[in-house]
Each structure stands twice: as C-alpha cells, then as structure tokens.
Design a protein around this ligand. Structure first.
Ligand code: ADP
Length: 505
C-alpha cells in the first residue's frame, strides 16, 4: 500500500535515548577489554542506532570469573529460595512498568512491530519471570525407597555458572526462557546476546540489578559468535550451556562444549514445520491460521515477518480443498500490511539485516527457478531497508530447496496431499522436528497425526501458542532438551543422591 510505503521512506523515531551500550559484568557497566565496539543497525533503514561494546575472550573470562565468585561465595545460591523468588518478582514488576521503553528498544533493534513487542512479547517475558519466580522455592528432590538399611534422598542442585547464548529473532523472550529458570534454580549466568540485537538485554539486566540482584549473578556480554560465543561455549569454568540459534551453529557449540569440559548443553535449533490442512477443514479459518503460522501471530494478531524457528513453513493441503485454499491464501497475503513497525496496525516490519534479506530473496528466486508457482509477492517491499513482500508459492514439491531449507522469512510454500499416510510420511521426511500444525475437525484424524508426527510440539487447530508452563523444544536436528515449564527447570538442575545408613556402622 502507498501509505505504508510512505511510512518506510520516513521512519518514525521511537523517541527514546540509548543509555546503555557497555558490557554488564559483576554489576558494573564496563567497556570491552580491547576497547572495541560494533554498530547495531536499524533494519528499517540500515542506519546505525548505536555502537555497542564488543566483548571477546578476555571479557568472557572476566564475566565467568564474576559469575563463578557469585556462585561459589554466594550470595545467590546461598540466599533462601524465597529471597531469590522475591527479587525475580520485583524485576518482573519493574519490567512491566518499563514495557514501553523496552518494547521500543526491541522494535528499533529488531524491526518487529511495536504492537507485538509491547502487547504480546514483553508481557510474555514478565509472565515467564513470574512463572519461574514461583518455582524458585518449590524445587525439591525425593526420598527413595532403596533396598537395604539405608535412607536415600535426592537433592536437586544448580549446576553453577550457566552460559546462555541467544539469537536475534526474539531477543527478550528467549532471554526470559533461559535466564528465568537458570536463576530460579540458583545458578549464576553469563549471557551472550546476538550481535544484531544487543540493546534490550542490557537495559532489562540493569533493571534486574535495581530489583536487588547481587553483582555477578547475571552478566551480559555483547559480541560476535565465533569470538565471544565460542569463548563461552568452550570455557572450562562454565558448567552448563543453553543455546538457541541455527542448527549449524548448534553443532559447533555442542562440539566446543564436548572438547572443553563436557558441560551439558540444551539446544533449541531450526525447524521446517509442517502445517497440515485436512479435507474436513473450514478453509477460511485454515487459511487464516496457516497464514499466521508462517508469518507468525499470537492470538490472531498477525504480526512479524516469518522469522520464527517454528514457523509453519510447509503448508500441506488436502487435494479436495487445495484450489480454494491457494486462492484464499494468496488473497490474504496480498492484504497483509507491511510497513514501519512503529506504526500502529502494521503486521510485518523489515527483516533483521541485509544478510537475511538477501538470503530470503535468493530462496524466492530458487523457488521460481525450480518451478513452484509464485502466487504473490516475490520482491523487496519499497526501496529502503530490509522489507520483503509477503510471498506465497503454490505447487511446491518436496525436493525443492524452498520446501527443505529453513528460509526464516515471509515465504509460504503450499503443496498438495492425497491421504493421511502420505502426509505423515512427507511431514516427517525432514531432518528437523520442531513443531507441526494440524487443522481438522475430526478428532480421530487429530489423534492419528499427533502420534505419528516426529516433532516437539503439535498445535491442533491453533498455532504459536506459547505459554510459560508449556515445554518447547525439538525432535531430531531441531534440538536437545526442553525449555519453559517444569521441563525447562530441570535443564538447570543436577541431581545428587545422598545415602545414609539407618544405623551407624
Ligand atoms: P542466526 O543468526 O541465524 O540465528 P546463529 O546460530 O549463527 O544463527 O546465531 C545464534 C547465536 O549464536 C548468536 O548469539 C550468535 O552470535 C551465536 N554464535 C554464532 N556463531 C557461534 C559460534 N561459533 N560459537 C558460539 N556462538 C555462536
């Protein structure tokens, strides 16, 4: 639309100041040891928002030393769990109060619609911290009925120093998925943010200290993967690692962990999630849900730009409703509102950076060249920044690159299936196994598909429902371990068995 295009040419200023760009180590803002910094860029324009301290091996060493001291000498793991819980709750309250500033930072740095950041994501972050604050004083082991004359119990203890590495697509949400449970269990943390989106984590971590977090418990290092990220992954004094990002980098991180000190690793990686529309589906509802499953939504607010690891990026539609579905999916994509993410009513902002932007356009070209039918979009949107037209392909074959690779962009790939057996086989023929959507009114069909799909989450007649209590993670090359809920908590705890004779020998 011309209105949206005009807004892109004249980006709206978020009217906030960037106050914090340094590393946060031992409760202090400090420059990188090297004195280096790197630019973080506004995806609407490609302009530099701010320069941020560039952490490196030496900074990671300092941060790990601070986290080590905070763990070994307390006060964090030695505090009562109730006190830890109260600090986390105070932080959640503070964050809630600062929702507007934090959401503006997130939108500026990432390009996601402000309404999504302010109304959905930051509230989810607040909820996540309250959820895990609630767990802090409810973590306990068991007494074990062992054979013989022994009293046996288990203690569920924190690992120690946790290295947390997060990507750029949901900077604060993924911060909460990791920092929340790590701290609730009594661990201390060194967090490495993504180089594309360092700003919001620095800001909220300062709020965490205002809420009473002792120095050294949560350290934030901005910087690049092969330097800061690799230093954290291979550090001999990091006891646990949790990583979210691409499958390729996940393999590197896991290898570094293995080669150094065998620290356990939680991995949340890529996906190529099928969204299956069965023959009995209400096509209008299925179109809307499939659209938002790919382009991302939350509660039918259709936002974001396909940059979600669990995007429903393979839309598989039963042949009896296929033609109608394609027609309506195209119409829906054409109606999608693209523009400056600070404008209200915008569904899709720019992609994160030039690299992703170019990569997505390359995938679109490959879709056209391999013979898929381009129904809508296919090009840059406007002429400035990293905006891409909502793109729909039909007639997509399983061996095409766009059907196999994670595109991480607003590109919907629709293909046809004949029966359930076939769709299960095709849905599972992927090295990924993150999530799947099933759209049907038949409970038997839903049950059959649910049990057959090799994925970590099945959304039936819904998609992208993320609740703090519900576990999330991947089968196959989509990851190891689970985040959120009680399963996410157990990733940050190790079990100690304690055996005592009933009578002194
Ligand atoms: P993407 O940017 O496509 O999400 P990455 O997996 O490369 O994928 O990035 C996710 C996170 O991993 C970022 O914080 C990034 O800096 C970090 N990272 C990248 N390469 C490495 C590496 N070799 N070792 C550790 N972390 C890395």
């Amino acid at each position: 639309s011309t209105a949206a295009a005009a807004a892109i040419d004249e980006p709206i200023h978020p009217s906030i100041q960037i106050d914090h760009t340094q590393l946060l180590i031992n409760g202090q803002f400090v420059d990188a040891a090297s004195g280096k910094s790197f630019p973080t860029v506004d995806p609407r324009t490609g302009d530099v928002i701010a320069r941020v301290a560039e952490g490196d091996l030496e900074d990671v060493n300092r941060a790990v030393a601070a986290a080590r001291k905070a763990f070994d000498e307390g006060p964090w793991p030695k505090m009562t769990a109730y006190e830890r819980s109260r600090i986390m709750l105070r932080f959640a309250d503070l964050l809630e109060k600062h929702t507007e500033e934090v959401a503006k930072l997130e939108t500026w740095d990432n390009g996601k619609p402000y309404e999504q950041a302010a109304k959905i994501e930051i509230p989810m972050v607040v909820r996540m911290f309250r959820y895990y604050a609630g767990w802090a004083d409810k973590i306990h082991g068991f007494t074990v009925p062992a054979d013989g004359q022994h009293h046996v119990q288990t203690l569920h203890e924190p690992y120690g120093v946790c290295g947390l590495i997060i990507p750029w697509n949901f900077p604060l949400l993924l911060y909460s998925w990791k920092v929340g449970p790590a701290l609730a269990c009594g661990n201390t943390v060194v967090l490495k943010t993504a180089e594309q989106t360092p700003l919001s984590a620095i800001y909220v971590s300062k709020l965490f200290h205002e809420a009473g977090l002792p120095p050294g418990v949560l350290n934030v290092v901005s910087g690049f993967g092969p330097t800061a990220g690799a230093a954290l992954s291979s550090h001999m004094d990091v006891n646990k690692l949790s990583f979210t990002g691409s499958t390729a980098t996940g393999k590197i991180v896991l290898a570094l962990a293995a080669k150094s000190n065998l620290k356990p690793v939680t991995l949340e990686l890529g996906g190529k999630s099928p969204f299956i529309v069965c023959k009995d589906a209400d096509v209008d509802k299925a179109v809307e849900l499939a659209h938002s499953a790919l382009f991302f939504n939350q509660h039918y607010i259709h936002l974001l730009q396909g940059q979600c690891c669990c995007a429903g990026s393979r839309t598989l539609v039963h042949e009896s409703v296929y033609d109608e579905f394609v027609e309506k999916a195209k119409a829906r994509a054409l109606k999608r509102v693209v523009g400056d993410p600070f404008k209200m009513g915008i569904e899709q902002g720019p992609q994160i950076d030039n690299e992703q932007f170019k990569k997505i356009l390359k995938y679109i070209r490959s879709g056209i060249e391999s013979g898929a039918t381009l129904e809508s979009g296919g090009e840059q949107f406007g002429s400035k920044g990293y905006y891409i037209q909502p793109t729909v392909f039909s007639n997509v074959q399983d061996d095409m690159l766009i059907a196999k690779d994670e595109i991480f962009g607003p590109v919907q790939s629709i293909s046809k299936f004949k029966d359930l057996e076939e769709v299960v086989q095709r849905a599972n023929a992927s090295s990924y196994g993150l999530a799947a959507g099933v759209f049907t009114q038949n409970i038997e069909t839903a049950n059959t598909l649910t049990r057959a799909l090799r994925v970590g989450t099945v959304w039936i007649n819904c998609y992208d429902i993320f609740d703090a209590a519900v576990p999330f993670g991947g089968f196959k090359m989509s990851g190891q371990g689970r985040e959120k809920g009680i399963y996410g908590l157990s990733s940050y705890l190790q079990v100690k068995a304690v055996v005592t004779p009933l009578k002194n020998p």
